[in-house]
Design a protein around this ligand. Sequence first.
Ligand code: ADP
Ligand code: MG
Length: 376
Amino acid sequence: MKHILPNAMLGILGGGQLGRMFTMAARAMGYRVTVLDPDGDSPAGGLADVHIRAAYDDRAALDRLAETCAAVTTEFENVPAESLSYLAQRVRVSPSAECVSIAQDRIAEKRYISGAGLGVAPFLAIETATDLDRNLADHLPGILKLARLGYDGKGQIRVKTVEEAKAAFAELGGKSCVLERQLNLKTEISVIIARSSPTEVVCFPVAENQHESGILDVSIVPARVAPAVATHAQDMALKLAQAMDYIGVLAVEFFVLDNDDLVINEIAPRPHNSGHYTLDACAASQFEQQVRTLCGLPPADTRLLSPVVMVNLLGDIWRDDEPAWDKLLSQPNVKLHLYGKKTARIGRKMGHFNVLAEDVEAALSQALELKQMLQA
Ligand code: ADP
Ligand code: MG
């Protein structure tokens, strides 16, 4: 494919923080950006050259994107896959509607991953209440998860018995779910891949992720796992991207089990929160890779320049006032990123900061100290 070069207009579906950081990377490289987002106050809208304020399935808005953009990408997986396939008739789109629709549905996702010969947590598709009359013993205690539209631990209920599973299914509205066995996790890691073509593909260093209440809290890079585990995760992510013929940036989340076996938890067809460390600690960020893969350029160097720990900033730390930013900004090795969201809410992702240090343990202890200071 011919390279799309600076000055071209790039389109993105979604104007949240991921769209904002894509927009910043694209504009830094001299591209122009059009954001489609229904929200007039979206984090990316104000930074883009053009903000089309419309729904993601608005045909007139999609026509305008197709007419004015050289290529279109997405920042979240719940964009209607039909919108991507509609656009793809007229303009370059990455990732493809097919890849996005796999990631949109936990049942399709898990079937696809195991079909590619890669491990997932033992699961049952629960499409109707009668699916819960099967023998659930191998999947309990488990987690019942909505097949579609869950994120940050939302749409999930932990269940120990068949009765609890039935009650949870009703509580989730009787919608399609997966019942996943609850596994003992040694740790959680993730890998982000940038793939422009079958021969142009790179892998970022593995991140170790800690969650709080189902939301990513801290990412630690390099992950504190055996080198063989890190390599295995990267190999699995590459194998999956190849099986999907994926073009773009793909995030793969893994569970590390007690015996160091890996299973894939879920995938995201876009840059990922656990890849925000790349903004300050890698030769190229995951958002620059999104631009490059969208434009048919080879992905850039993913080399880690420094050990790093990323901490998410949730709305919880906004009380009557802004948090004490001077505590962060007075540290020469800390990089603050705020998403420009006007209202803080509990659990809402407002920003993050990266701590760069000589070694990962020093970065981690400083990061946790700063996090605590902001909460005080
Ligand atoms: P989300 O789409 O909300 O990120 P996930 O499926 O990734 O949902 O689950 C969120 C978190 O819940 C995971 O990162 C992990 O900590 C925990 N979790 C999810 N599934 C399992 C499981 N089968 N066993 C143990 N822990 C799990
Ligand atoms: Mg997850």
